[in-house]
Design a protein around this ligand. Structure first.
Ligand SMILES: Nc1nc2c(ncn2[C@@H]2O[C@H](COP(=O)(O)OP(=O)(O)O)[C@@H](O)[C@H]2O)c(=O)[nH]1
Ligand SMILES: [Mg+2]
Ligand SMILES: [Zn+2]
Length: 301
């Protein structure tokens, strides 16, 4: 880092490969490049930068409050940093993967980020089945907000206003669930916010969709962060032993196991499996626990 130059602060609002869009405190946006080979900033980062012609050079990334990421077998993929909450968006149709939902919530719990679920398209008859699949999540204390983002706009806006107010909220969900509909409903100038700079980067040099930060009002205090969909959601950052502590419905029963290092998969006198048999833990949640635990154990051996 250069000697005594006073560096400007900025917020990373989009990233395309090694090109970032940084927003200044005044609200201007410019293209920035990290100094050197490493490109380790993500959307939501506060950075120190200095001008270099029309563009900027990122000299320093401020310490993060949190970072939501997934860790697949071969790569670590960051979603965003400095989040106030995660909103997992699912829909009555297409049918959502409960495993992906559970994984997103576990990653958030691990990163210390509060999470909510939004069920969209409740105008469709299939919403009854979706609601039923979400029952274990509501029972374990995750708030489930039900909306029809496109069919009942005013109702959706009213319901989401308070939970989103004053927060930076990352939206995750499979494609087709209504992420774009949500952004357009709550940030009507979304297109303008992406802006010429970001669009040029996105369509010019890099074709992949990228993470994008949207302010919900001119005051720039509430934001939605739209993230591209994903196929895999690895949780290899988590030790197998720690997994039950990150699942609020399993957690209370682990103290009832006979063995202190019980895996809750096959041991006798297991508190978790006893709770499963009594119906206090849902079969689907226990199945997902087993699925993730076996991935983590495979990693450790
Ligand atoms: N029936 C119904 N369809 C909706 C609703 N909200 C969004 N959709 C539709 O779902 C599809 C996917 O929405 P989109 O916002 O593009 O999803 P994304 O892929 O997550 O960005 C579009 O055809 C929307 O019109 C809703 O409340 N009810
Ligand atoms: Mg979309
Ligand atoms: Zn056990």
């Amino acid at each position: 880092m250069s000697k005594t130059v006073a560096l400007d602060i900025g917020l990373v609002v989009a990233g395309h490969g090694r090109h970032y869009i940084v927003e200044t405190p005044e609200g201007g946006r410019l293209i920035c490049h990290p100094r050197g080979k490493k490109s380790d900033c993500v959307v939501g980062d506060r950075v120190r930068w200095q001008a270099s012609g029309d563009e900027g050079v990122i000299e320093h990334v401020e310490p993060r409050r949190n970072l939501l990421f997934r860790q697949d077998e071969w790569k670590v993929k960051s979603f965003a940093a400095n989040l106030d909450q995660l909103l997992v968006l699912v829909a009555a149709d297409p049918v959502f993967s409960e495993s992906q939902l559970a994984r997103a919530l576990i990653a958030a719990e691990c990163a210390g980020i509060p999470a909510r679920i939004v069920l969209n398209k409740i105008d469709l008859p299939s919403s009854a089945a979706a609601r039923e699949r979400l029952a274990p999540y509501a029972a374990m204390g995750v708030e489930v907000l039900e909306v029809a983002l496109k069919m009942r706009k005013d109702e959706a806006r009213a319901l989401l206003e308070a939970p989103l107010h004053g927060r930076a909220t990352l939206v995750l969900g499979p494609s087709g669930t209504g992420k774009s509909t949500l952004i357009n409903l709550l940030a009507p100038d979304a297109k303008a916010q992406v802006g010429d700079v970001s669009q040029a980067l996105a369509t010019g040099r890099h074709t992949t969709t990228s993470t994008q930060w949207y302010w919900l009002s001119g005051e720039r205090s509430s934001a939605l962060i739209d993230s591209p969909g994903f196929q895999e959601f690895g949780l290899r950052q988590i030790g197998a032993q720690r997994l039950p502590a990150l699942m609020p419905d399993l957690r209370p029963y682990t103290s009832q196991c006979r063995f202190y290092n019980c895996t809750h998969l096959h041991e006798p006198d297991c508190g978790v499996r006893a709770a499963l048999e009594r119906g206090e833990i849902s079969a689907s949640r226990y199945r997902i626990y087993g699925e993730i635990a076996s991935e983590l154990v495979a990693r450790q051996s």
